[in-house]
Design a protein around this ligand. Structure first.
Ligand code: CMP
Length: 155
């Protein structure tokens, strides 16, 4: 049975290009609720640990160098069928192969700087979320319809 949680990171190049806002909009418009969010930078050692599963692959060194080159946004996300739906929303790993309208197609150019990371399984979503967040940094909010709540009436 799939859980309703996934993990994502907005990668350094997308942050540098000013895409945090537009990418977060695509994520929430896609029906995902943000339950944890952190603006931070990975050390080289932390990037090596996070991507440890890829150690030994030809792209590992450049991936680690890139991922520790600037700030990232770590995101804990919630939605029914989260892992699979999020991977559909972001598109193929290589932006050149990503479908029209996906986040990677819209905001990325290269396979390393592919704008966002998305967990590939429920198990990894859990591991990756706890890499960045403690339990008290995750907040489950029942969203309300903003149109029903007028904060300030015009006089
Ligand atoms: P991500 O979803 O963050 O997971 C691992 C990352 O390795 C991937 O996105 C890409 O940015 C990067 N990468 C670079 N080259 C490759 C490759 N040939 N195959 C898979 N991932 C790659």
């Amino acid at each position: 049975m799939s859980t309703d949680k996934t993990f994502s990171m907005i990668k350094p190049m997308a942050v540098k290009k000013g895409y945090i806002g537009p990418i977060l909009s695509k994520i929430t418009e896609g029906g995902f609720q943000i339950v944890g969010m952190k603006y931070t930078q990975l050390s080289k050692e932390q990037a090596e640990e996070f991507y440890g599963v890829h150690k030994g692959r030809p792209f590992f060194e450049s991936l680690v160098t890139f991922m520790s080159s600037g700030p990232i946004v770590a995101l804990a996300l919630k939605k029914e069928n989260a892992v699979s739906d999020f991977r559909t929303l972001i598109g193929a790993t290589n932006p050149a192969e990503a479908a029209e309208g996906t986040i990677r197609r819209m905001f990325a150019e290269t396979i390393d700087a592919n704008a966002v990371h998305g967990s590939d399984s429920d198990e990894n979503a859990q591991i990756e979320t706890s890499f960045f967040f403690s339990q008290r940094e995750l907040h489950n909010v029942d969203l309300i319809d903003a149109k029903q709540y007028t904060v300030c009436e015009k006089s």
